[in-house]
Write a protein that binds this ligand. Structure first.
Ligand code: THU
Length: 160
């Protein structure tokens, strides 16, 4: 038996002002759509904005349902829209932010496992990394240079 160590590297920005201007704009779009989220049950609002290879930006927020598992996360709402409306355009960057009614979240909140798996599918499909930036309501922002940096040992179509 051998041990194999798997590591990842992310970048940490102290404030939104530190982000490159186009990413700051993307995060602002994510914040705007987040505030429109339909989250009456969790009161945990999430926004996602995706910059496509041209100027197009696609956004999405979490959409909850009285039958709880029928709801959908913000990241998947956005990426399924991008995948269906712009199937031939590559996705460059995704910005994600949250807002909880319970407290002011100052730590970056990473996308859930199901969303990572979903984003990974498009990253593999387009054979180009998707940069992921995520934050709480305020405070630091974490950047991963590729989704697969957040999903070691990912499952993909090559296993089928
Ligand atoms: N949620 C997201 O939108 N994205 C995530 O990555 C994690 C969780 C949503 C789902 C649900 O509406 C609420 O946050 C609480 O889990």
């Amino acid at each position: 038996m051998k041990e194999k160590k798997i590591t990842t590297t992310v970048q940490v920005f102290d404030t939104i002002e530190e982000l490159p201007p186009e990413v700051r704009l993307l995060m602002k779009k994510a914040q705007a759509i987040r505030d429109q989220a339909y989250a009456p049950y969790s009161k945990f609002k999430v926004g996602a904005a995706i910059q496509l290879e041209d100027e197009v930006i696609v956004t999405g927020s979490n959409q909850e349902n009285a039958a709880y598992p029928s709801g959908l996360c913000a990241e998947r709402t956005a990426i399924f829209y991008a995948g269906s409306q712009y199937p031939h355009k590559k996705m460059k960057t995704m910005a994600i932010c949250i807002k909880s009614s319970a407290k002011v979240v100052t730590e970056p909140i990473a996308p859930c496992g199901a969303c990572r798996q979903t984003i990974a599918e498009y990253e593999v499909k387009q054979d180009q990394p998707i940069e992921i930036y995520f934050m709480g309501e305020e405070g630091k922002i974490i950047k991963a240079k590729a989704l697969l940096d957040l999903l070691p040992l990912a499952f993909d179509a090559s296993f089928l």
